[in-house]
Design a binder for this molecule. Structure first.
Ligand SMILES: *Cc1c(COP(=O)(O)O)cnc(C)c1O
Length: 390
């Protein structure tokens, strides 16, 4: 059989996407032009949120979000161990201390019960977090209602890491509307739902936070006299008011984003068709499929399956390699962040967050993306059957 390699995720670029980028290349502005604000308006309108700030990555978005919320030395930031390292690194960039809240064994998201237990303890020891970052793993929203309740009781801020979740909903409303958080962050890396190559967005309903993030994105510099501490010298004048960065998105990226955004709903719907089909066709295999909660309409960035490797008599590495050899681009999401050597140096160790570790020992992400055909999906399923049953 002459099959093509099927990655776990892949962007789709249309002729219209290409035309829009080329148009920018021929225009006057490659950066700091009209496309970035237009992209921001597109995103904000779709999500029903007051402000959207485009950045060159979700990692940058997480960083400026933490700074805008005043995270600094002696503060704690808590997140899920079942995430990409960026969700925790942003706290370290600000000099804060990191801790993790173990996941729920069914949703693989930060567990609100565990969060409450940990908050009670932290209160006694005077170590309450300043920021909690729930991560909407695989595109499925965390229990934001409960997390928001806890934030009011214990006084922490919330940044939703929705890198997987653009196009998803929670309790009927788009993730990113910030009904239950201070700031929400999205990623447009090519493996995510829609892409700007590299790129991210931070959304908020709070004007002050939006202004802070906007200034931090561009060197901490402003041309707006209302932010200046001394009088303008003239029309050329700008003033640095904080220590910012160059985290700007380019015009080409924004143009690609605007064009991609038009197909967002279609993309998420296509992922749902694939998910339903996987759920059915994988039901007879010795695996656990990902649970979909009623409160969430997942963006379905990932389709992680859990395998009892001991009972099938093969190791995870063996199954992974066999699937790769059959042209299936499986991957693993995620190595628990606290088990990374860099985090072990900070004092974390294996055993600290057992749900995320157990999950990791069993999980493999199988391919799911909008342009994946049923034929490709059948190829994935038959490869899985072959390696699990041989
Ligand atoms: C991809 C991802 C990020 C980082 O996104 P970039 O845009 O690549 O910086 C952060 N958090 C999670 C959960 C991600 O999946």
């Amino acid at each position: 059989m002459n099959h093509q390699y099927i990655p776990y995720g892949r962007q789709e670029i249309t002729e219209n996407d290409i035309d829009e980028v080329i148009e920018v290349l021929k225009s006057d502005f490659l950066t700091q032009g009209p496309k970035v604000p237009l992209f921001e308006q597109t995103v904000a309108k779709y999500l029903g949120v007051n402000f959207a700030i485009a950045l060159n990555s979700a990692t940058s978005a997480l960083h400026v979000a933490c700074l805008a919320l005043g995270l600094g030395e002696n503060d704690y930031l808590w997140t899920s161990p079942n995430t990409f390292v960026a969700s925790a690194n942003c706290g370290l960039y600000c000099g804060a201390k990191i801790d993790f809240v173990d996941i729920d064994a069914d949703t693989y998201n930060l567990c609100p019960i565990e969060l409450e237990r940990k908050l009670k303890l932290a209160k006694i020891h005077n170590k309450l977090p300043k920021i909690v970052i729930p991560v909407h793993f695989a595109g499925q929203s965390c229990d934001m209602k409960k997390i928001k309740e806890l934030s009011l009781e214990y006084g922490f801020k919330i940044i939703e890491d929705a890198s997987h979740a653009i196009g998803g909903k929670y309790l009927g409303l788009p993730v990113g509307g910030c009904q239950y958080s201070d700031i929400t962050v999205f990623s447009f890396h090519p493996v995510k739902i829609i892409t700007t190559a590299e790129g991210g967005v931070a959304t908020t309903n709070d004007k002050k936070l939006a202004q802070k993030m906007e200034i931090l994105r561009s060197h901490g510099i402003t041309r707006d006299e209302s932010f200046m501490t001394k009088e303008s010298d003239g029309g050329w004048y700008y003033q640095q008011v904080s220590l910012g960065f160059n985290y700007r998105m380019t015009e080409m990226q924004a143009a690609l984003g605007i064009s991609q955004f038009k197909r967002l709903d279609e993309y998420v719907a296509a992922r749902h068709v694939l998910q339903t089909r996987y759920d059915e066709l994988l039901s007879e295999l010795p695996i656990k499929i990902p649970k979909q909660t009623l409160s969430s309409y997942s963006a379905l960035h990932l389709y992680p399956i859990q395998i009892e490797f001991q009972s099938i008599g093969k190791s995870k590495k063996q199954i992974f390699d066999e699937l790769r050899d059959l042209g299936i681009g499986v991957n693993v999401h995620y190595i628990p962040v606290h088990t990374q050597p860099f985090y072990e140096e900070l004092g974390f160790k294996l055993g600290d967050f057992p749900n995320s570790e157990n999950y990791y020992s069993r999980v493999i992400s199988i391919p799911i993306y909008q342009s994946m055909t049923f034929e490709m999906q059948d190829q994935v399923i038959s490869a899985l059957k072959r390696v699990l049953q041989s």
